[in-house]
Write a new protein. Structure first.
Length: 165
């Protein structure tokens, strides 16, 4: 089974995704964390999420990119459920390097990279819960922010087309 949870910031999507993942009854439960921690706010967010899933049986795999590599780190992927948190971070990590510089990658190539990584992951495990964010476009957005939001929106629409809502 593949579940897609998409929502705005602070919408409760992470908690909902954790509830879904823990209800699947898989023999192993993995949390694939894609957040690239850059500052204190990021560290606090990670602490909040770790506390939120404490005691729920998740093994955390921190993979900023190449999320399909999780399959090589899992004990029994075919008997496992994984929660991928979060596609919006994955898109950002592929769009920007660790120093915050934009990578030279075409939007279509970026979208295909994200979708193929997720596709390989979902094909290799029993169950997957995929979390993503959606952001409203804003006239005040600079060109890079507008591009990020557009690419993320396109990825989300493609994920909805593949895995439903």
């Amino acid at each position: 089974m593949i579940q897609l949870v998409i929502g705005g910031p602070e919408s409760g999507k992470s908690l909902r995704a954790e509830e879904l993942a823990t209800s699947l009854g898989a023999s192993h439960l993995y949390y694939i964390a894609t957040m690239r921690v850059m500052d204190d706010a990021g560290r606090k967010r990670v602490q909040k999420h770790r506390a939120q899933r404490s005691g729920k049986g998740f093994v955390t795999l921190e993979l900023e990119t190449d999320v399909d590599r999780a399959l090589t780190l899992m004990e029994e992927p075919r008997r496992s459920a994984c929660l991928l948190e979060c596609v919006s971070n994955l898109v950002g990590n592929l769009l920007y390097d660790r120093d915050g510089r934009i990578r030279e990658i075409a939007d279509d190539a970026l979208i295909e990279s994200v979708l193929s990584q997720i596709g390989r992951l979902t094909e290799g495990v029993r169950d997957t819960v995929i979390v993503s964010s959606e952001y409203e476009s804003d006239e005040a957005d600079d060109a890079e922010t507008a591009r990020y939001k557009r690419v993320l929106h396109d990825v989300n629409m493609r994920l909805k087309g593949i895995y439903g809502t």
